[in-house]
Design a protein around this ligand. Sequence first.
Ligand code: ZN
Length: 492
Amino acid sequence: MTDTMQQLLRYANTLTDLKNTIALLQWDQETYIPEQAHQERGEQLSTLNTIYHRQQTASELGELLKRAQQVLNDQSSDKDKALVRVMVRAYDQATKLPTEFVAEYSRLLSQAHVAWVAARSQNKFELFAPHLEKVFNMNKQSADYYGYKDHPYDALLDLYEEGLTTKQVTEMFAQLREQLVPIVAQASQNWTRQLELTTPFQKDLQVLASKAALRAIGYDFNRGREDASAHPFTTALGANDRRVTNRYANDLSFIFSALHEGGHALYEQGISADLARTPLSEGVSLGIHESQSRFWENMIGRNQQLWQSREFVDIIKMFPEQLGALTSQDFYQIINQVKPSLIRVEADEVTYNLHILIRFEIEKAVIEGTLSVNDIPSTWNQKYKQYLGVDVPSDAQGCLQDIHWSGGMIGYFPTYTLGNLGSAQIWDTYKQKDPDYQETIRSGNTKKILNWLTANIYQHGAIYTPSELMQKATNQPLNPAHYLNYLQQKFL
Ligand code: ZN
């Protein structure tokens, strides 16, 4: 390794250590922090974030990256090439926006968040609209600063999914819209079974069952832990510390949250140790990350065979009063209920992508200037009726439901759908390698599946771009046909 690459690696180690330390403070903020420590913690985080930002934007790093780009050649390892690519990308993202613009945007987002909370609780979109308009305008400006080839929305998509373009997303969603709407209409007639709950799910048993589910899919508790938080999440505090959280309500959602966050964590626990303390020791993108959470939550977690495996039968047995009377067919129907609904985060795997489609169409139209922010509520409601067949009774349950826009995350939503599509494509590829996959799952040998995923996807961390990785793992680019086939076979 050349001196330059060694210097760059050391720089990457420092940035990663800082980032993981910040994540530890944030994890604590969401889990165990004492009530009165919040303000002080906010100051600590602000101090560390300032130091991180200074390191991430230092001209010293800019020069080091230029030198590193010059020493790379055809003989350089994939790891070295990737380290430079990923660090150049992060440096560009951190330095292309003028400092005053970043400060103004950050002020806007604080105000927008307060306005969104008020607008949602009072069901008054007009309280949020002027802020949202500014959020969209500043996102258009930042697209200009970042630069793009064809469409300003490309620059925003690329922030969350390297290389993703508006054209690709538009084509993908056109195919989905045409085929999903009739699948939803039919599946929601037939998959209506709901859990009738007379006895509540005890919280302490949910905690035990959640850990048992994580253990069963291969989550390594020696390199992570699970705690409770208001919203489930996965976080990386280091290569050997990938934590998950869960939320315990009075239904079966804790199992699927455990498998979802567990999927994110399995991905990261599977990254090669060789990449530790570098930005390559992360999932490569939000879309690929979500493909793994969805894979374990849906393809494995909502699979009939899984619930016949000893580990998962034992989980059902932990709740005799709630689940004891159900046949395995009943249980399977219940965990796969299809119900067009208003709220994205509660949506089933059949209707989910239509929620995303609606947000994408609206974001794209506002960025293009063909839809005004004031017309978002009426457009939203009309699309919910058209695609999902539901009437939206209030903006609070409609266009004000998600936190993303108030947080400035324009271009983020499509990554959820990329994840769903990717999960089915990876599942199809796996099934070809293991024609006895049903037996693999029923016998509780999901380790076999995990090993395949680790060898083909997880170990690589962020070495390859999302599209390169999908191509390598599945031998083709992302293709919505896999997901549509999966839904047709499962639900129709
Ligand atoms: Zn997720």
